[in-house]
Design a protein around this ligand. Structure first.
Ligand SMILES: Cc1ncc(COP(=O)(O)O)c(C=O)c1O
Length: 371
């Protein structure tokens, strides 16, 4: 039997009764925009993240865009982020009129290399947007310390890190804000697009509520240029159902990662490393191999789903060629982009399926190279 990279149908089968009930209820009440479930979800997700406020928005991309705008990032500013991330991190910065500056990654945890951060700061730098890539938090202590030293704001891209902790703390209270995506395949995913910002900052909370809803303070009272960027009541209600299962799902992801680790300890791929100060939630399980494309083809032939997250460092994407490039480039990210491969990872994956994936990966060692 083929094993997909992600299996959302298996997930739905486990929760369909609960999801169908809340959807039917909202359909009947026809409260689709900013209904009570949206408020309740915001309350529960803020508490879950260890933060005072949560503001539901239309997507993770919008969460980043609006959070950057809310802290005053705009035309002429620079925002430092990381070279290996989803394109939306760079887009969100560019939407504000600011220039993204992409810093190289640490080869062990694939997150922003904090030793390169200070050299990337200029008088135009307004914020740092670290990404907790694949589900492992970036080194937030070094990042927030440097930000404080230079008077910079910190907007976290936590779109892949629902429930992850850094030094035993959830990410909500770190930096100025943390931005989440509820894209369906995320650890906490909606049945469509969705996102949220969590923050402890009352002023940011107020600005974000304006920004997501046309800049309205009250009905027809427009106080700043805002957007139509709200989280649907239907999505919020489904997210409430799924939030109650998030910890269990993350725990299962960690078990699967442990099992992959045991089964693939002798090669042929390089395995992910969990830092001591971070609790990884394995949104993606990334391995490395020098012949990545051939390994991917081998896995496809064995019916094992796989993916590349991501194939190109952001500063190498033509759209971003005009941004200010750091002098030494991003050689670590560029090398990783050639070698990384994502293996199936989702809580419904059974131990037998994990073994099947590991066997398919291990058998690659015996596949003769094409001359
Ligand atoms: C690291 C990262 N940043 C930003 C986003 C954008 O989120 P969305 O797809 O909800 O707009 C995603 C996910 O797609 C992501 O993985």
């Amino acid at each position: 039997m083929a094993i997909p990279l992600v299996d959302l149908q298996a997930q739905h089968r486990n929760i369909s009764d609960d999801v169908n009930a809340v959807v039917a209820d909202i359909m009947q009440r026809a409260q689709f925009i900013l209904g009570p479930e949206e408020e309740l979800f915001e309350e529960e997700f803020a508490a879950y993240c260890g933060a005072k406020h949560c503001i539901g928005v239309a997507s993770g991309t919008e969460a980043l865009h609006l959070a950057l705008r809310a802290v005053g990032v705009g035309l002429g500013d620079e925002v430092i982020t990381v070279a290996n991330t989803f394109v939306a991190t760079g887009y969100a910065i560019a939407y504000t009129g600011a220039t993204p500056v992409f810093v190289d990654v640490d080869p062990t945890d694939y997150n922003i290399d904090v030793n390169l951060l200070e050299a990337a700061i200029t008088p135009r730098t307004k914020a740092i947007a670290p990404v907790h890539l694949y589900g492992q938090p970036a080194r937030m202590a070094e990042i927030t310390e440097l930000a404080a030293k230079h008077g910079l704001r910190v907007i976290q891209d936590a779109c892949q890190a629902h429930g992850a902790t850094y030094r035993d703390e959830r990410l909500g209270a770190l930096g100025d804000a943390a931005c989440y995506s509820f894209y369906p395949s995320k650890n906490l995913g909606a049945y469509g697009d969705g996102g949220a910002i969590v923050t402890n900052d009352d002023e940011l909370d107020q600005q974000l509520r304006l920004l997501r809803n046309y800049g309205q303070r009250a009905k027809n009272d427009y106080v700043r240029l805002g957007y139509n960027s709200r989280l649907d009541t239907l999505q919020a209600a489904i997210l409430l159902v799924k939030l109650r299962r998030l910890d269990e799902g993350n725990e299962r992801r960690r078990e699967i990662a442990r099992l992959y680790g045991e089964l693939l300890a002798d090669g042929p791929v390089q395995l992910p490393v969990e830092r001591d100060d971070a609790r990884h939630v394995y949104h993606l399980y990334i391995v490395q191999h020098a012949e990545r494309d051939r390994l991917a083809q081998h896995l496809n032939e064995q019916g094992v789903g796989n993916g590349i997250h991501y194939p190109t460092p952001l500063p190498h994407i033509p759209l971003f060629h005009g941004t200010r490039q750091v002098p030494d480039g991003v050689p670590v990210a560029a090398g990783l982009c050639e070698r990384i491969l994502s293996l199936p990872m989702y809580p419904e994956l059974t131990d037998d399926q994990v073994r099947q994936v590991a066997e398919a990966v291990a058998s690659f060692a015996t596949v003769p190279a094409v001359s």
